[in-house]
Design a protein around this ligand. Structure first.
Ligand code: AHG
Ligand code: MN
Ligand code: MN
Length: 338
């Protein structure tokens, strides 16, 4: 019988990938599928966020701020739960938890990977129905399997990631992940509750028309970054423009759009926050990995994001990421910063 199957589900795809490596243990595939399960659960709750607001107005006690916070914690618990109960993850780091969590049970202690994640990115946008996301990063542990994982397993530079990805809860829900073999995107088909391969082998266009930055901070940026932003605003047909400014305030949504269509996203340091706002381990490193695997680049303004040696779980960094030609042009301004 000929089965006409054009679209692969996430499970089918990861298994197919694994079958190309007879020596693979399947742990990474299993981990990526576990994350997909948590994402589906979070997606259901994210879609109800407006409903929670209506109930709140009808007399329930919670103010919206508490609901938003609950969803962050809910997402954290879902991702932590699937990883803890799966067979691949020895411990996690999360934006919502003060410290790393070592699972420390027999199966987890024998697992190969540690995962760091931002369970809900752009969560300030939940109550206004704007796309939000989840970001994650996977490392092979350095410590020997058989014992609990250690802090060193988590504090590895981004260039040691084995996989990274994000889920965007948007007009449709998408799961995008990268390994050294490439970047693939899956769209949730609500009819069957499965992520289906919709964007195989994603490549970031070398150039685009979009620049994304918080203009409200303009006068707090270094003068050469302001100079570059001015250049973006002055582009015309003669030099690759005109450019469009797009900034949603959910990095997942902003970088996803730029990854698909070409563009540059910037969160520089400011006079108030010289180290920037975004977190190295679970926001910048995963996106740096994904965008580089798709052909783009990511820096902190001085060096490649993925070459930074982390020193703590929640450390922040300035972040510039996007299409390779646009990043090269930005570099000519960043190089002027002493
Ligand atoms: P989170 O919701 O996980 O705290 O992250 C929000 C981040 C990021 O998604 C976004 O790009 C940035 O904060 C927006 O910050 P500003 O409002 O300062 O521009
Ligand atoms: Mn975030
Ligand atoms: Mn978050």
């Amino acid at each position: 019988m000929i089965v006409n199957r054009k679209i692969l589900t996430l499970d089918e795809f990861t298994i197919q990938q694994m079958r190309q490596f007879p020596s693979a243990t399947g742990e990474l595939s299993s981990l990526l599928r576990d994350i997909g399960l948590a994402a589906k659960r979070v997606n259901v709750e994210v879609n109800k966020a407006g409903l929670v607001d209506i109930l709140g107005d009808a007399g329930s006690v919670n103010v919206q701020g508490e609901d938003v916070k609950k969803l962050d914690i809910y997402a954290n618990n879902q991702f932590m739960g699937v990883l803890q109960h799966g067979i691949s993850c020895a411990g996690i780091g999360s934006e919502e938890l003060d410290d790393f969590v070592v699972f420390d049970d027999e199966i987890s202690n024998n697992s190969k990977y540690v995962v760091q994640f931002d369970p809900l990115d752009g969560s300030g946008n939940i109550d206004v129905n704007i796309s939000i996301g989840t970001i994650f990063s996977v490392y092979r542990r350095i410590s020997k399997p058989g014992v609990p994982c250690t802090k060193e397993d988590f504090l590895q530079p981004g260039n040691r990631q084995v996989a990274a990805g994000y889920i965007i809860y948007g007009s449709s829900t998408m799961y995008v992940y990268a390994t050294k073999r490439g970047v693939n995107g899956f769209t949730l088909d609500p009819a069957i509750g499965e992520f289906c391969l919709s964007h195989p082998d994603i490549k970031c266009p070398p150039s685009g028309k979009v620049y994304s930055v918080n203009h409200g901070n303009f006068f707090q940026y270094n003068e050469h970054i302001r100079e570059y932003i001015n250049v973006c605003q002055k582009k015309d047909k003669t030099n690759g423009g005109p450019y469009t400014q797009r900034y949603i305030g959910s990095m997942v949504a902003d970088v996803h759009r730029n990854l698909m269509k070409g563009g540059i996203f910037m969160y520089p340091g400011t006079t108030d926050k010289p180290g920037g706002k975004l977190r190295l381990l679970y926001e910048c490193n995963p996106f740096a990995f994904i965008v580089e695997m798709a052909g783009g680049r990511a820096t902190d303004g001085k060096q490649r994001i993925m070459d930074i040696q982390p020193t703590e779980l929640h450390q922040r960094t300035p972040f510039f990421v996007g299409s390779v030609d646009m990043m090269d042009e930005l570099d000519t301004y960043l190089e002027k910063i002493k």
